[in-house]
Write a protein that binds this ligand. Structure first.
Ligand SMILES: NC(=O)c1ccc[n+]([C@@H]2O[C@H](COP(=O)([O-])OP(=O)(O)OC[C@H]3O[C@@H](n4cnc5c(N)ncnc54)[C@H](OP(=O)(O)O)[C@@H]3O)[C@@H](O)[C@H]2O)c1
Length: 336
């Protein structure tokens, strides 16, 4: 008996060493095959994230068992489906939260990490949703426990995660403050729903936040900066404030922390990375996100904020733009 060996190739973005730098090029490899609980997606658009840049530089280890290809969020069409998949079928337009493998023509993902694309959104817009909206939702609501009318402070307000967090907190009825690195970004965030916005390069945001909240402080802080922000976060946190760390773009180490203030104000300091969470956790997160915010997509109160759309041949240009902190919202790569 002769068995036919089927090889289905696909293009993907390969990271390789070139003159001591980590370069990227479009290469070919075998397309992934979906298992019983997975779907195979023809990827039409992929969102660019800070994590992609870190991974490319070898500074963000890929979780075990995950595709080493870059890319944490995609939008596309289901082209194959496992026998245990429920609620989705071939031809469905979906967006997916990935732990890797998005910079490719095809990717496979467990069906519990899929979301249908809202009817009025195209693939490009949808690719800017899963990673940043789910991260912002997890940080503010699951870990931060934001309640309506509470004070929220979002650092890097114009980032992909920041633009999602501003909208979610605003729709929830919280009072939103943000920090950003230019007056242009400050105005941009105000238009998105921030009630107060501070340019951290020209203003002492921690003292101003304290004044502007009339000495009550902030209930939930989303911090992806770290370094000396930790001390300032503690300074402007309210009694029973929750500070959630999801990154350390300035510095992974913080000095000058006054522990007495944490005790006196009963502050909770938490940290999390979404990528490393279990399938069950991510699946529950998606379900709660849909429960709380699905309607807000339909009413267009929530929208993905797209900074630039580039063909994937220009992935390096997209990374450079992000590295230089030029983007406001998401950069999306289209895949052909
Ligand atoms: N833990 C998790 O699960 C998780 C998941 C997703 C993302 N993240 C983290 O969330 C952050 C945002 O990700 P993203 O993809 O949305 O990023 P992004 O769109 O690239 O935006 C990042 C922004 O942060 C600001 N920034 C950079 N360095 C800074 C510094 N030293 N001090 C103050 N602000 C600085 C810049 O804006 P300005 O011009 O305003 O300075 C920059 O544009 C990253 O740290 C990322 O690693 C964490």
């Amino acid at each position: 008996m002769v068995f036919a060996i089927t090889f289905e190739g696909m293009k993907y973005i390969e990271v390789f060493d070139q003159d001591g730098l980590k370069a990227m090029k479009i290469s070919e490899q075998e397309a992934p095959k979906n298992s019983d609980f997975e779907v195979k997606i023809a990827v039409y658009a992929v969102g660019v994230n800070r994590a992609d840049i870190l991974q490319r530089l070898g500074k963000y280890p890929v979780p075990e068992g995950v595709s080493p290809t870059l890319g944490l969020e995609v939008a596309g069409e289901i082209v194959a489906i496992g026998c245990q998949v429920q609620g989705f079928k071939k031809g469905d337009r979906v967006m997916a939260l990935l732990a890797g493998g998005g910079y490719a023509q095809f990717t496979v993902v467990d069906y519990r990490l899929l979301m249908p694309i809202p009817k009025h959104l195209d693939y490009i817009q949808a690719a800017g949703i899963p990673e940043v909206f789910l991260t912002a939702y997890q940080t503010l609501f699951i870990l931060g426990g934001v309640r309506p009318k509470e004070q929220v402070l979002i650092h890097a307000g114009a980032s992909g995660v920041g633009t999602a967090a501003i909208q979610l907190a605003h729709v929830w009825g919280a009072q939103v403050s943000i920090t950003a690195g230019s007056d242009e970004k400050v105005r941009f965030c105000e238009k998105l729903g921030a009630d107060k916005a501070y340019n951290y390069k020209t203003q002492s945001w921690s003292a101003l936040v304290w004044e502007d909240t009339e000495g009550k402080g902030i209930d939930v802080i989303l911090d992806c900066v770290g370094g000396d922000y930790v001390e300032k976060n503690i300074d402007c946190a309210a009694f029973d404030g929750r500070i959630v760390l999801i990154g350390f773009m300035a510095n992974a180490r913080a000095q000058e922390i006054n522990l007495a203030k944490i005790l006196q104000k009963r502050i909770v300091l938490k940290g999390s990375t979404l990528r490393a969470r279990s399938l069950a956790y991510k699946s529950d997160l998606i379900n709660s996100f849909n429960r709380d915010f699905k309607a807000a997509w339909a009413t267009k109160e929530l929208k993905p904020i797209i900074d630039q759309v580039l063909p994937w041949e220009l992935a390096d240009q997209a990374h450079q733009r992000m590295k230089q902190n030029l983007n406001k919202g998401k950069i999306i790569l289209t895949i052909s």
